[in-house]
Design a protein around this ligand. Structure first.
Ligand SMILES: O=P(O)(O)OC[C@H]1O[C@H](O)[C@H](O)[C@@H](O)[C@@H]1O
Length: 279
């Protein structure tokens, strides 16, 4: 049986789940933000900055920020949207010997006045985290209960703890077209992506990737999204991030299943995306 307890993380109310096999996860209600995922061997798989605010005043740097309704500045609203800075509700929890879950939801009625005013559409988001042995599944849905379509983009902006960037690579992207941060469109003609400098790339989605670190191999899968975003700020950009200690950029990479351009969701329609990380 899973054990679910209410806790705090910094100043944030959070939910902690321990699965029957000992795997654990902690999710704050602020952002439905996964802050920690440990496999049954006790190994932490996610990175959280030592300098991140944890009081609800700003987005959290690390874990899995939930992006909606726009990716980065690809839309007229708040950078990366309001979902990561809104308070979600815990709507389901449970588990058996095989799998355990926590589910959160966010609706327009839950938004601060400022965000509700800027987003004049009814919506319902759900995010279900499922621990399934050495895998974590994140099922994300966006529903439009309103009478007209709205445009949206989404992402699960996962920060992986990699130990050290020098020993980190991603495989599964050879032959894939990508756009870099200079807006050049290129094709990756080498098998493994290493992190020797800043990377901020958009790849068309492939069904799966492998993240290799000094002491772990993770298989990353996505369904329903359209891109992978791969990001590490490199030394210079990291120095400009006040919520990241100077050397901490060496400890993470972000690999994000995303639908980066806002596309319409028809009245009554539901979009679903799944991200599975297998250790
Ligand atoms: O600093 P944030 O708003 O959390 O954004 C962090 C990063 O998110 C994505 O990965 C983008 O591709 C990057 O360009 C951006 O810098």
């Amino acid at each position: 049986m899973a054990v679910v307890t209410m806790t705090t993380y910094g100043d944030l109310p959070a939910v902690h789940i321990t699965a029957a096999d000992g795997a654990q996860a902690t999710v704050s209600l602020f952002g439905a933000h996964l802050l920690s995922w440990k496999t049954a061997d006790g190994k932490e798989r996610l990175f959280v900055s030592s300098r991140t605010p944890l009081d609800g005043s700003k987005a959290i740097r690390g874990g899995v920020p939930v992006i909606f309704p726009q990716f980065n500045v690809r839309g007229p609203g708040l950078r990366h949207g309001f979902a990561r800075v809104s308070n979600w509700r815990l709507t389901s929890q449970g588990g058996d010997a095989g799998s355990s879950h926590l589910e959160f939801s966010l609706r327009r009625e839950d938004l601060d006045a400022e965000h509700a005013q800027a987003w004049p559409h009814a919506f319902a988001l759900t995010l279900r985290f499922t621990l399934h042995g050495d895998a974590l599944e994140m099922d994300y849905t966006v529903h439009n209960p309103g009478a007209s379509a709205f445009p949206f983009g989404v992402a699960l902006h996962t920060y992986y703890e990699v130990g050290h960037l020098d020993a980190t690579s991603i495989s599964g992207l050879q032959g894939q077209q990508y756009t870099d941060h200079h807006l050049n469109t290129l094709v990756q003609d080498y098998p493994a992506l290493h992190f020797t400098e800043k990377h901020d790339r958009l790849y068309k989605s492939t069904p799966d990737l492998t993240l290799n670190t000094a002491d772990a191999t993770l298989r990353l899968e996505q369904q329903g999204f359209s891109e992978w975003v791969v990001w590490n700020p490199g030394r210079a950009d990291a120095a400009a991030l006040v919520d990241l200690a100077d050397e901490e950029y060496l400890r993470f990479v972000c690999i994000e299943p995303a639908r980066i351009d806002q596309q319409p969701l028809a009245a009554g329609a539901t979009w679903t995306g799944r991200h599975r990380i297998g250790a």
